[in-house]
Design a protein around this ligand. Structure first.
Ligand code: NAD
Length: 359
């Protein structure tokens, strides 16, 4: 099969890590008989320099005609003084909105080899942690009515949390489908003891669960969930939650893994279209020095193979290769520890590519 991919390298370390990711993807294509056609596009600071705007219309149009988008990172000090709506990060918001990306998937995985980087005690971590946080991305309080007004206590500001049944249904379905490919457990997180929007959220998720009798559903209040992630993270498989709760909990979950250069993400829309990117930023402090860890990008490509193309074998091939390179002791600077072999961005990409082996 042939697939069209919109590639947005972006700024800082973006181009370096993206070229390693595509190296891996090309080899997977050769091994399994897929062709990937890349369209390289501008977004972020480099787009501001070239066109005067962070997200040129051409970028949006080409993304819309593609099977998926693979993005490096955007932003950097050069553009930090621009007004808010002209900042490189606007490109990310624009892409999410224009491409209808309503589900954000953030895995928090601790690799056996990197367990020392985890800030939790070994008895809590056990031999690994593997959580998938599914966050609603285009609704809730970040998009609800807001404003300032004169209230009975004087000047006040307000933001509104609102969810429609349809919005909750579609994110719940994604969570249950993902759980089916994993350990078949969904934990829905809300604040249903206080918020009406959370009570609707809980009702709808419970309704949808009847279509997935093979998946276990439980519910937690968000304050308890924040504690449980630290106290007993191994109880979680798939977490599904609203935009704001997910924003906070996905950062908490990813930080328990301890290594920002290892964490991929996916943002999905209708019909398995998706945007895949590492969770880290453009790391201007190490850009252009062959120091960046490309693994988060490589693992984002594994997510692309799994969630947009439904190519589970190919996705596992990539993940196995990453595991093998780590087992053999190769490390970029961010995950380096005594006794291991330090390698640069390029070498890490080459090693992963070499270790790809057909399942
Ligand atoms: P950052 O994630 O870029 O960097 C934080 C720290 O982690 C830095 O010390 C950096 O060197 C290190 N780091 C990050 N990725 C790494 C990798 N792959 N390998 C090794 N080390 C890595 O966050 P920041 O410094 O707060 O932001 C820098 C710029 O990136 C800002 O302009 C910010 O707005 C932007 N940003 C973009 C995105 C995105 O494109 N999705 C996300 C976050 C931040």
């Amino acid at each position: 099969m042939s697939y069209k991919i919109a590639v947005i390298p972006g700024d800082g370390i973006g181009p370096e890590i993206i070229s390693q990711g595509l190296k891996v993807l090309d080899k997977v294509g050769q091994m399994y008989g897929h062709t990937f056609e890349y369209n390289t596009l501008l977004a972020g600071g480099c787009a501001i320099d070239a066109t005067g705007e962070p997200l040129p219309n051409e970028t949006i149009q080409v993304c819309k005609k593609s099977d998926a988008v693979i993005l490096g990172a955007v932003g950097g000090p050069k553009w930090d003084t621009l007004p808010g709506n002209m900042r490189p990060e606007q490109a990310l918001l624009g892409l999410r909105g224009q491409l209808g990306l309503f589900a954000n998937l953030r895995p928090a995985v601790i690799y056996k080899e990197l367990i020392d980087a985890c800030p939790l005690k070994p008895e809590i971590v056990g031999d690994s942690i593997d959580i998938m946080v599914v966050r609603e991305l285009t609704g809730g309080i970040y998009f609800g009515e807001r404003g300032r007004r004169l209230g009975i206590k004087g000047q006040e500001a307000y933001d509104t949390e609102a969810y429609s049944v349809g919005e909750v249904e579609r994110i719940a379905k994604i969570a249950f489908e993902i759980a089916r490919k994993r350990n078949k457990r969904v934990t829905s997180i809300d604040k249903a003891n206080i918020l009406e929007s959370s009570r609707l959220w809980r009702e709808v998720v419970t309704d949808i669960s009847s279509n997935y009798p093979d998946v276990t559903l439980d519910h937690l209040y968000v304050d308890n969930a924040a504690m449980q992630l630290i106290r007993a993270p191994r109880q979680f498989d798939v977490i599904v939650t609203s935009n704001m709760f997910g924003d906070i909990l996905s950062d908490e979950a990813s930080m328990i893994t301890g290594s920002i250069g290892m964490l991929p993400s996916a943002s999905l829309g209708e019909n398995s279209f998706g945007l895949y990117e590492p969770i880290h930023g453009s790391a201007p402090d190490i850009a252009g020095q062959d120091k960046a860890n490309p693994i988060a990008t490589v693992l984002s490509i594994a997510m692309f193979l799994r969630y947009t193309l439904n190519l589970e074998r190919e996705a596992q091939t990539v993940e196995n290769a990453v595991n093998r390179v780590l087992e053999e002791g190769y490390r970029t600077g961010d995950i380096m520890s005594p006794g291991k072999t330090l390698v640069g961005t390029n070498k890490m990409g080459e090693l992963i590519t070499e270790k790809l082996s057909k399942i």
